[in-house]
Design a protein around this ligand. Structure first.
Ligand code: NI
Length: 170
């Protein structure tokens, strides 16, 4: 396994829309397992609960998550899509591409997500709370959207200033 480099805002590659995975056979099957393992290692090493392929400059629709307290429920979701949603909640979110930055984001309270596992089998997951928010946050990344894009213009400006200040202090 290998730890990957996480792109940091405002890297323009975070705005890329990732490609659908259509091949789950042969070399690609091995690649998918390797990418999933590397992404999980990278996520755990950074104490994150989710990571999208876009954040490590991999152009496929792959996300990894583990929202368990024990950090023993790794999941790799390929081509994830929100199939159902309900309600509204506000959640204080962070992102590995925005170290040290947190902001309230409006999300669906409950979501159902359909996806494929590394073998190409169609699966689904229904969730609320942290896992539901995490799924929405990571799927956004695959569409070139970060939590920053959900904020008001004023909050975006404040956040950019904060990042600037943090960089100057380094
Ligand atoms: Ni993120």
């Amino acid at each position: 396994m290998a730890k990957l480099t996480i792109l940091k805002f405002p890297d323009p590659r975070l705005k890329k829309v990732a490609r659908q995975v259509t091949d789950f056979s042969g070399v690609m099957a091995d690649d998918l397992i390797k990418i999933g393992e590397d992404m999980l290692e990278t996520m755990y090493a950074s104490s994150g609960v989710g990571l999208a392929a876009t954040q490590v400059d991999v152009d496929w629709r792959i996300i990894v998550i583990d929202c368990s307290t024990e950090k023993n429920m790794p999941q790799v979701l390929i081509n994830p899509v929100i199939s159902e949603f309900e309600g509204t909640i506000y959640w204080e979110e962070g992102c590995l591409s925005f170290p040290g930055i947190y902001a309230q984001v409006r999300r669906h309270e409950r979501v159902a997500v359909s996806y494929q596992d590394v073998y190409g089998q169609v699966q689904s997951i229904a969730s609320d709370g942290l896992l539901g928010v995490c799924l929405q946050h990571e799927i956004d990344h695959l569409n070139g959207i970060t939590f920053y894009d959900h904020l008001s213009t004023l909050k975006q400006k404040l956040l950019r200033n904060k990042i600037k200040l943090m960089k100057e202090k380094q």
